[in-house]
Design a protein around this ligand. Sequence first.
Ligand code: FE2
Length: 259
Amino acid sequence: MRILMVGDVCGRPGRQMLREHLPKLRRTHRIDLTIVNGENAAGGFGITPSVYEEIVACGADVVTLGNHTFDKREAMTLLDEEPRLLRPLNYPAGAPGQGHCIVQAAGQRVLVANAMGRVFLPMDLDCPFRGVDALLEQQAGRYDVFFLDFHAEATSEKEAMGWYLDGRAAGVVGTHTHIQTADDRVLPGGTAYLTDVGMTGPSESVLGMDRAAVIGRFLSQLPARFEVAEGKRQISAVVVETEPERGLATEVQRIFIRE
Ligand code: FE2
């Protein structure tokens, strides 16, 4: 099976890039399952019902989120209505929505999950490592392949998660930092790992946002309103190939297209 994960879609430019490139990428890489991180898809912060529909219409099977999950009010009900829209699984118990789903692809049951790191992020969620352990225990026997979008800031926490799940996950792919890393590899136990898949959206920006505002904030240390940048765009993604017997990875390939 071939799984495509597209990194943090940022605002309208990101959605346009998705519309222009996703169908072609799915065809050329013979993709069976597409996961898209959409936590910045609505104006850079969060997700709305119409933006979610737009991403699904582009070809996403599962949409993951992160620290901006609840930035838009509508996300609360949307998460409860859409089982394939995932928020980090390590939110405190009682949070709306779900951190995982099981989808059928290439004749196998794929468990897709979203978790969030705790290092250098302004939220104190439950332990993502123990959270994933609990999920795998709870879902044992119900899935053939496991794929995790680990939304985290610190490379150390992400790499630790990759090794922690080596041999248990087909893929551990990082999101959130918006810069694609070059460390894609299949770990010895059979887990495809990439510290960060990168951002889909405006490329002449600071992490997707208008660069003048960001630079101004660094210079002045005053609050500034950030808006999604305009201009040239990029799409960042990764393809993970798995084998049917153990449901683990045989290959991993980064994709980065800049206009
Ligand atoms: Fe994020």
